[in-house]
Design a protein around this ligand. Structure first.
Ligand SMILES: [Zn+2]
Length: 248
């Protein structure tokens, strides 16, 4: 039996037994661990809070024959303010669902945990627009997962920037105002192209540091969401729920 402790955040839970819980934990550098938490649904259990959705903890795991148990969960952050609105809560759940589907198998990079923690912190505390947080999360995530779009220059002629460019959400290719006209693609103003480049290429500490007016954020959000669905080849049921409950 192996014992180890590691930081991680609960991205999904399910119930089992009379009072037990199964938690999917995105760990710092061991990918996603699916673990059994005995008695964790009991309100007096010392594992109750630490194995709830969005709990960020220092976990103690035991592992035997690829089956994991949680023996301790020292809570560092519970992201309580995610519950401030149904939209915020659903967005946070969507981030967790995307993470679960996007991480390549046996991928032990820390960047996924950092991206999720930063996104959840901003949803809780900042006055940043939720669409900005969502677009950054989506585009940076697919980029680090191996699907970075080709947004450096026009795919056809190499032109760096024109007032209007065109983005193919299926292939991740960008075209200038001349080359893009022949394709039936969404027109993208240069400010949104610059935002996409910023999200893909800037230092991790700066990825959320830009501003766009709300109409441009709406466009950016449509592009990043469609590109993510296409790149991952997945549909996310929470997205249709989000578009039903929010005003966008
Ligand atoms: Zn061109």
């Amino acid at each position: 039996m192996e014992k180890f402790t590691i930081d991680g955040i609960v991205i999904r839970t399910s119930v089992t037994g009379e009072a037990d819980r199964i938690a999917w934990v995105l760990t710092r550098d061991r990918g996603i661990i699916r673990a059994f938490a005995k008695g964790a649904r009991g309100t007096k259990s010392r594992l109750h809070g630490g194995t709830s959705l969005f709990a960020y903890c220092n976990f103690s795991f035991t592992e035997k024959n690829n089956a994991y148990n949680i023996s301790e969960a020292q809570v560092k952050e519970v992201f309580f303010d995610l519950r401030k609105s149904m939209e915020t809560l659903t967005l946070a759940q969507y981030f967790c669902e995307v993470i679960a589907k996007a991480i390549p198998e046996k991928c032990y990079e820390e960047v996924y945990l950092r991206l999720l923690l930063n996104s959840l912190h901003l949803l809780c505390k900042s006055d940043k627009h939720e669409l900005l947080i969502k677009s950054v999360f989506e585009l940076r995530l697919v980029s680090v997962a191996g699907y970075m779009p080709s947004v450096v220059a026009c795919e056809n002629c190499g032109e760096y920037l024109t007032d209007i460019m065109y983005f193919n959400c299926q292939t991740g290719e960008l075209f200038c105002s001349s080359c893009g006209k022949q394709h039936l693609l969404p027109a993208v103003p240069s400010s949104v192209v610059s935002a996409m480049r910023h999200i893909c290429f800037s230092d991790f500490s700066k990825i959320f540091s830009f501003e766009l007016p709300e109409d441009m954020l709406l466009l950016l959000n449509r592009l990043t969401e469609n590109y993510l669905r296409s790149a991952l080849g997945q549909e996310f049921k929470l997205l249709s729920y989000l578009s039903e409950i929010n005003k966008y």
